[in-house]
Design a protein around this ligand. Structure first.
Ligand SMILES: [Fe+2]
Length: 225
């Protein structure tokens, strides 16, 4: 009778074996409690990006959380509707309550409502593009806005679509930019490509379950709080 050659057993210990060994070591006081190990793990701070020339110095941010409408306006801003949301957390993953999250961006034609923007693309009277919200106890923030368009920043230089962030806590301030996966201008953008991990500043959009008119961008912020 011929037998098949048995499949070689793996030489690395299985998950159950590791858990049993860890439990034994923990019981013997040879391993730190898992909670203290987790407490020592730290998340990488969200990567900084330049403030850029179009920070809206001339106006105050809209604090309604909905940039698709302006106060007193009757129409919605032009463009692809977008919910930008996420958590503001510290390097240990704890929510940062009371952080001020500010965003500003170009409109759906690639134009900022800023006097120094020389892009001939039209302004949208129903879009200011400058908002702020404060995180709650869970560290969460959310904006309704529109997806900005890429724009010419200098001769031969197009900036990919992005949303600027300025996040202020009690001890830290983070200035960065959020980009969109699949944008054809991402790979040549010297600002995004200057960071160690460009993918970490790039979001993938998914349809909103709550409101089918919106796509959702999830963008968590890590800073010292
Ligand atoms: Fe910009």
């Amino acid at each position: 009778m011929k037998f098949d050659t048995p499949t070689p057993r793996r030489t690395t210990p299985g998950r159950r074996t590791v858990l049993k060994a860890s439990a034994a070591l923990l019981a013997a006081g040879m391993l730190a409690p898992i909670s203290s190990v987790l407490a020592q793990m730290t998340l990488r701070r969200t990567q900084d990006q330049i403030l850029g020339p179009f920070y809206p110095i001339m106006s105050k941010p809209n604090r309604s959380g909905d940039l698709t409408r302006v106060p007193g306006g009757s129409e919605r801003a032009k463009g692809e509707l977008l919910i930008v949301r996420g958590r503001v957390i510290d390097p240990h993953g704890r929510p940062v309550a009371g952080a001020d999250v500010e965003i500003w961006q170009a409109n759906s034609a690639g134009r900022y409502a800023h006097p120094d923007d020389t892009n001939p693309a039209p302004l949208d009277p129903n879009f200011e593009g400058f908002g702020a919200v404060t995180t709650g106890a869970d560290g969460r923030y959310q904006f309704k806005t529109i997806k900005p368009l890429h724009y010419p920043a200098a001769p031969g230089m197009i900036r990919p679509a992005h949303i600027h962030f300025d996040v202020r806590g009690k001890r830290d301030e983070l200035i960065s930019q959020m980009y969109f996966e699949g944008d054809p201008y991402i790979s040549k953008d010297r600002f995004l490509q200057s960071v160690l991990n460009p993918e970490a500043l790039t979001v993938k959009l998914s349809p909103s379950r709550e409101d089918p008119d919106f796509m959702v961008a999830e963008f968590d912020i890590v800073f010292r709080g």
